[in-house]
Design a protein around this ligand. Structure first.
Ligand SMILES: Cc1cc2nc3c(=O)[nH]c(=O)nc-3n(C[C@H](O)[C@H](O)[C@H](O)COP(=O)(O)OP(=O)(O)OC[C@H]3O[C@@H](n4cnc5c(N)ncnc54)[C@H](O)[C@@H]3O)c2cc1C
Length: 378
């Protein structure tokens, strides 16, 4: 027997996350949209609500609720603001390499602060020369006594300007086939956040560049085995990065459906609500089918992740499906709204912009298909 129901505890958690989204996130959305800047008050509220602590075990000050709970939180928060969901998703992505590959000392040093939000995490892999192909990165490290010296630049990094604990991938300057992951901390000499992007969507979620010039990183900050860092970074992106994007996409799909149902019931044409028109009903049904299917794919993968099973292939399917479906949903929602769908006062115009930003993050749809095809052929 397969049980598709959430536990009572998970249902209660969904209600709490929904309330958090409606009371703490929703009021911040207009300012985030207008300025494109992170709301630090929102980050503080997330910390107080222990949203950063979900995946961190209790022994390190976390809640130890796991990845299904994380997916629930991301779905509920992204229903209100995909930007807020994205910010939260990358906090957990940055924490994951320490959780999975960190030493006891690293866990004790970093996790308690990350659980309370005193520290904020991110992960930095992408560079101008390597996004889909991380082996194309040019950041380097070299050994210097007990330390490493890092040089390079990262781009498109979520939380770049607010995070202070960032897992960074670099390659050995003498062996371009060897990669290592390091925990870099803001305040290290030569390490700084530079350019801030101005995105079309997910406004209020910070994306930017990081630069490190002759930055000295102690050996205690190496994550996992030297030379095996590509596996560390990709494992976190495969399960937690993709899983997080599924949460963001499911929230956006649900939001598109909610506003469409409301509008279709209220908009009167030919003397009756447009929800009576077959064409409108077809769009609503398509959105509902996509949302149901996306949830089944996403929650199946998260429940595998909670059992400690490898879930990166299942998340590749879920990420491909739900982010593409979110784009379809935003287009259909906009169509249902007619001319109103093009107006800033209506949330659908934001949904449309946000939906396009979902695609590349944590791997493009093309890359998801590469992974899924490899899985299929294996
Ligand atoms: C909002 C946002 C947040 C992000 N946050 C982070 C972050 O926190 N940390 C981080 O490290 N990165 C982050 N990224 C970067 C993201 O992971 C990359 O943008 C993504 O991996 C694609 O890389 P690229 O932009 O260099 O595109 P490219 O890799 O240059 O791709 C260009 C095109 O080629 C296609 N392509 C590439 N390879 C193949 C292939 N093998 N087969 C078929 N088609 C292919 C792609 O699908 C795409 O259409 C973020 C990006 C965005 C937009």
């Amino acid at each position: 027997m397969i049980d598709f129901t959430l536990t009572e505890e998970q249902e209660m958690f969904r209600k709490a996350a929904q309330e958090f989204a409606e009371t703490q996130v929703a009021p911040k959305v207009p300012e985030m949209e207008e300025t494109g800047k992170v709301s630090l008050e929102l980050v503080k509220a997330m910390a107080e609500a222990e949203m950063m602590a979900l995946t961190i075990p209790e022994e390190y000050g976390g809640l130890g609720l796991g990845y299904t709970a994380r997916l629930i939180a991301l779905e509920e928060i992204s229903k209100v603001s995909v930007a807020a969901g994205m910010m939260l998703q990358v906090f957990a992505l940055g924490i994951e390499p320490i959780l999975k590959y960190g030493t006891d000392a690293q866990k004790k040093k970093f996790l308690p602060g990350l659980a309370t939000g005193e520290r904020l995490a991110s992960t930095a892999v992408t560079e101008a020369t390597g996004g889909s192909d991380p082996t194309g990165i040019r950041s380097t490290y070299k050994k210097d006594g007990e330390d490493y010296i890092l040089n390079g630049r990262k781009c498109f990094i979520t939380n770049a300007h607010i995070a202070d604990t960032i897992t960074v991938l670099a390659k050995d300057d003498e062996n371009p086939k060897a990669f290592s992951t390091f925990i870099m901390e803001k305040g290290m000499d030569g390490f700084k956040a530079t350019h801030e992007e101005n995105k079309v969507g997910m406004r209020g979620c910070n994306t930017g560049e990081l630069a490190y010039e002759n930055c000295r990183v102690p050996k205690e900050n190496l994550v996992g085995v030297e030379g095996k860092g590509l596996g560390v970074a990709l494992a976190a992106i495969g399960d937690v990065g993709r899983g997080g994007m599924v949460g963001c996409a499911l929230g956006l799909q649900a939001a598109c459906l909610d506003v469409s149902v409301k509008f279709a019931n209220e908009r009167i044409l030919y003397g009756k609500p447009i929800s009576r028109l077959q064409t409108i009903q077809n769009k609503l049904a398509d959105m509902k089918i996509d949302l149901e299917a996306g949830r089944l794919l996403g929650y199946r993968a998260a429940s595998m992740q909670d059992k400690g099973e490898r879930s990166s292939n299942e998340f590749a399917v879920a990420k491909y499906f739900s982010t593409e479906a979110a784009q379809r949903a935003a287009k259909m929602a906009s169509d249902i709204h007619g001319g109103y769908g093009c107006m800033e006062e209506y949330a659908v115009s934001r949904y449309m912009r946000d939906s396009f930003v979902l695609g590349p993050s944590a791997g493009t749809s093309d890359i998801m298909k590469v992974i899924i095809a490899r899985w299929t052929l294996s």
